[in-house]
Design a protein around this ligand. Sequence first.
Ligand SMILES: [Fe+2]
Length: 223
Amino acid sequence: MKPTNSSPFQLPALPWQENALEPVISARTIGLHYGKHHATYVKKLNELVAGTRYAELPLEQVIAATAGNAETAKIFNNAAQTWNHTFFWDCLRPGGGGQPPRELARTLEQSFGDYSRFKEKFAQAAVDQFGSGWAWLVARGGKLEVISTSNAQTPITMGATPLLTMASRTSQVSSSVARQFKASTLRPSRRKLIPLPNSKRWMLRPPLTSRRAFRRCKRRRRP
Ligand SMILES: [Fe+2]
């Protein structure tokens, strides 16, 4: 379905079937978070922006324009959760997990010691996030970091480029974080490594949804 004046934001299709991640994440869980939560965020966002200047903006700009303002908090929450969920689906794939490709492993080693420590830190960030939220692998200031955010907060308002996310234990999945990690992927076959700005280090090319944020970050870092 194409965006219209009354519904400028659309629920994107899942990149796989709802049952494709079983037995790691059930079709029921995906159905709940995609068909109920994600779809509701998109629907509410369209209702909230109807007739406002936000209806003319891309999703990322709506998020940037409404962040940190109590008057636009509802729009921000629905826009940011729409973005976070879309990004999350793109971080999962059937048969994912396993060891990262060599260059990525080296980058993770430089930032975290080794891949298993990154994995531990990433999973722990999701477990430690109290209530609803997300754990993220992000690029910021030429470095890779693991951070967590609560509710609708999103790294794209924090000067960070998200590379991978996992929902915190209470918001997304009924199965354990470790099982969820098994379904996540760094998409080595489809996402190329690209150089970090002003650095000899490399990172994974961000998914489509965050490329604009990455370009902005790269532009800012140019002397
Ligand atoms: Fe959800």
